[in-house]
Design a protein around this ligand. Structure first.
Ligand SMILES: [Zn+2]
Length: 348
């Protein structure tokens, strides 16, 4: 038995030393140390040895096992290191090659301007809200105090959907006012960016799809002075602290009184002298920038508010128009054609 053990041990160590791959090593390990391996069998054979000889022989068997296990571990490390060295030599990476640059997208110029507008109002404590682009007559017109025969309801101006007699693409972001106010009690300050649709042909100054930002505030004792304060602050944040702002009386069904708000021409008035040939204002010195007013009592009633207790103001502006002025672009279509050569000029 002792000679047999010594022979097994020598044979195992020799085979391990001769292994050239990790697979060969594993085969040798199984042959000696596996469930039916020679050394494992030797451990089992101890049962047949006379009890007096067992302790000495058991110690020898264990020594042989440990010696083979240790040799397997050492050979395993040697073979793994050799495999790594080989694969490094074969699959060499040339770190001096330039990497492949992934094209990185950025925000659309209209989105950049929209973010800029919304940020100013968020800074004044306004919440941001959005609403559906497919609307019905009630939210888009009726609740906003449009009379039953108002021309805006005409199919020449509004894009109706064939799916239902009442469905249309919203012509302004104001239906979100109605939805928000019906779901919420004052006080509230909300700004609503979004896409709106009108039945227009695409030309340098019109598009059937364009962007608006709507804002409104409702609380006790809100006055036209609050509206003025908020809008003047907003326009000066956007166009510069010295920008001239003027309010002109106007009419909208959903506000009373209503105003149109102009800023001094960003090109010629800012330069200090009116230029009759100015391309931006066409010599008028003022640029129409937004519409606003005090929310009509009928609108407040339509959403369940009491106009005797709360008042509000609302305003709406065209994001496209601001973007045109901001970037000095003369053709609105550029924003919607999505030519990458154009879009790439507006890094965020
Ligand atoms: Zn001008």
């Amino acid at each position: 038995m002792e000679e047999e053990l010594a022979r097994l041990r020598e044979a195992a160590l020799a085979e391990i030393a001769a292994c050239g791959t990790e697979a060969e090593l594993e085969a040798v390990r199984v042959r000696y140390l596996g469930r039916k391996g020679s050394l494992t069998e030797a451990v089992r054979g101890l049962g047949r040895v006379p009890p007096a000889e067992r302790p000495a022989l058991g110690a020898l068997v264990n020594q042989a096992k440990e010696a083979v296990e240790a040799a397997v571990a050492v050979a395993g490390e040697r073979l793994a290191a050799a495999r790594l060295a080989e694969s490094l030599a074969h699959d060499r990476i040339d770190v001096t090659l330039p990497g492949r640059r992934r094209p990185r997208g950025h925000a659309h110029p209209l989105r950049l301007v929209e973010d800029e507008i919304v940020d100013v109002f968020v800074g004044m404590g306004f919440q941001v809200a959005e609403g559906p682009e497919v609307e019905d007559d009630y939210h888009n017109f009726a609740a906003l105090n449009f009379g039953a025969d108002h021309p805006a309801r005409d199919a020449q101006d509004t894009l109706f959907l064939a799916d239902g007699p009442d469905l249309l693409l919203r012509t302004h972001t104001s239906p979100v006012q109605i939805r928000y106010m019906r779901a919420t009690q004052p006080p509230l300050r909300v700004v609503v960016p979004g896409t709106v649709y009108r039945r227009d042909d695409l030309d340098p100054t019109h598009s059937p799809m364009f962007q608006q930002v709507e804002g409104f505030m409702v609380d006790e004792r809100v006055s036209f002075a609050d509206l003025k304060g908020v809008l003047v602050h907003f326009l000066r944040r956007l166009f510069g602290a010295e920008t001239g702002v003027r309010f002109r009386p106007s009419f909208f069904p959903f506000t009373e009184p209503s105003a149109e708000v102009d800023i001094a021409c960003v090109r010629c008035a800012a330069a200090g002298a009116a230029d009759p040939a100015c391309r931006v204002c066409r010599g008028r010195q003022w640029l129409e920038i937004l519409g606003a007013g005090m929310i009509h009592p009928n609108v407040l009633r339509a959403v369940g508010y009491d106009p005797e207790t709360v008042q509000g103001f609302a305003f709406g502006l065209g994001t496209d128009r601001i973007a045109i002025l901001r970037y000095g672009i003369e053709d609105l279509r550029l924003f919607y054609e999505n030519d990458l050569r154009f879009l790439a000029q507006f890094p965020s």
